[in-house]
Write a protein that binds this ligand. Structure first.
Ligand code: 5GP
Length: 122
């Protein structure tokens, strides 16, 4: 079962950040890395992650510096611009088992490029 209380240094996104696994970069700054999801759920599906180690949104919002939180939130709009998502997009962060989180490194999904349906899937 996913553990969102103890950071796993060998999770897939940690390996992507260490360049141990390749990824298709969309955006990067000092605090944030964004790359294409390997299994896209929409024509545009990007994963946005902090470079520092946080297990989930709960961990990030509790323990990241204000500067890191602001930088990540501001990155979202920049990434939307890069991807030309002028008509809009959706961001999602799955938290824990019930939320469907599979990778225990905090991430935000950015989805777009088509008209999206209802938010909740089964
Ligand atoms: P979660 O279910 O944790 O919210 O989302 C994890 C996401 O990571 C999934 O959408 C999955 O397709 C993506 N993913 C898993 N492994 C890899 C990988 O090795 N590379 C990339 N680019 N995405 C991955």
């Amino acid at each position: 079962m996913i553990d969102i209380h103890n950071y796993d240094h060998n999770n897939i996104f940690a390996k992507i950040l260490r360049n141990q696994i390749p990824s298709k970069k969309v955006f990067e700054n000092d605090a944030v890395y964004a790359f294409k999801d390997i299994n896209p759920q929409a024509p545009v599906h990007v994963v946005i992650i902090p470079k520092k180690e946080f297990c989930s949104l709960n961990d990030f919002s509790s323990n990241a510096s204000d500067e890191t939180i602001i930088t990540l939130i501001r990155s979202i709009r920049k990434i939307a611009e890069i991807l030309k998502l002028n008509d809009g997009y959706r961001i999602i962060s799955n938290v824990g088992k019930t939320g469907g989180q599979e990778v225990p490194h905090f991430h935000i999904h950015m989805l777009g490029g088509m008209q999206l349906g209802k938010i909740i899937g089964s």
